[in-house]
Write a protein that binds this ligand. Structure first.
Ligand code: C2E
Ligand code: MG
Ligand code: MG
Ligand code: MG
Length: 282
């Protein structure tokens, strides 16, 4: 075993750790401190109603301002946090922060109908998850229907009965549930039957390259029809071009998120965009 000096901490490295990239280890080891030192932050991406062109909400997306690596993507550190279990305190922080942000915006005269928070499957293995969510909402003094929890099919991999019970409790609580990344992985229509869902989020892969691909358009159109028959609101993610927007309008998708309107931005920037948008209506 080789002891290695890294900043002020001394860590033991076992031989098997040699395979793990250094950055990954460094991220894994500095998460706890990062949370204490407020290196994590939430960015917000506007959610836009297709029919009216209005912002009706936002999706909260976590960022890590790392002192050495700069802005680290959640795609890099969320899987690590899930592996170590750190996602539990981190996920709770995200929930509390998003709820507080909603109440702060409300005080500023910027009421939002719906703020989405991404949930990890690990959080749903926790017995107290409903209580944790309830407390975050109560502490911020917001209404449950202002929070939309984004879940993926992965939450059903471990103990589906337990997960479904929790989802029904959350529905009782009054928060909305949306199924994220639909169209990737093992998307199954059975999820749409069984989960008390409010929204279906179609992954970016549904819409990218759709313009020249007739079959893709037919699949996109049909999924929206099915979702609407099941009383679901449909959001298309990752919209980047005006051509994509015209197909989205043609097939009556309800809402969009994408760089065509705005990337995820810091809370202050979001407030500015939303304020200007409310004043000018565009
Ligand atoms: P997601 O929930 O599917 O979020 C959508 C991702 O697409 C975001 O990446 C967003 O920045 C990106 N995006 C939005 N519009 C466009 C577009 O027009 N073009 C392209 N190419 N990309 C677009 P981001 O912020 O890097 O987040 C990646 C994933 O990390 C999220 O995917 C989500 O699964 C996860 N994540 C983010 N924040 C959290 C969190 O607080 N908790 C948990 N558990 N997961 C999170
Ligand atoms: Mg999401
Ligand atoms: Mg998604
Ligand atoms: Mg996702």
């Amino acid at each position: 075993y080789v002891a290695k000096k890294e900043r002020n901490t001394c860590k033991l490295y076992s031989p098997s750790m040699n395979d793990v990239p250094k950055k990954e280890l460094m991220l894994e080891n500095s998460m706890f401190k990062a949370l204490e030192e407020e290196q994590f932050t939430l960015f917000y991406q506007p959610k836009i109603d297709v029919a009216t062109g209005r912002i009706y909400g936002a999706e909260a997306l976590i960022r890590w301002r790392h002192p050495d690596f700069g802005m680290v993507s959640p795609l890099e550190f969320i899987p690590l946090a899930e592996k170590t279990g750190f996602i539990i305190p981190l996920g709770e922080w995200v929930l509390r922060k998003a709820c507080m942000q909603i109440s702060e915006w409300e005080r500023m005269g910027l009421p939002l109908l719906s703020v989405s928070v991404n949930m990890s499957m690990i959080q749903f293995q926790q017995k107290q998850i409903v209580h944790t969510i309830e407390r975050a909402i109560a502490a911020a003094g917001i209404r449950p229907e202002q929070i939309e929890l984004e879940i993926t099919e992965s939450i059903f991999m471990d103990n589906p009965e337990h997960t479904l019970k929790i989802l029904h409790e959350l529905q009782q609580l009054g928060v909305k549930l949306s199924l994220d990344d639909f169209g990737t992985g093992y998307s199954s229509l059975s999820y749409l039957q069984n989960i008390p869902l409010h929204t279906l989020k179609l992954d970016k892969s549904f819409i990218s390259d759709i313009v020249s691909d007739f079959k893709k358009q037919m699949i996109y159109k049909s999924v929206i029809v099915i979702a609407h028959h099941l009383n679901l609101k449909v959001v298309t993610e990752g919209v980047e071009t005006e051509d994509e927007m015209s197909i989205i309008r043609e097939h009556n998708c309800d809402a969009v998120q994408g760089y065509i309107y705005s990337p995820p931005v810091p809370a202050a920037k979001f407030a500015q965009i939303y304020t200007e948008h409310r004043a000018t209506g565009s």
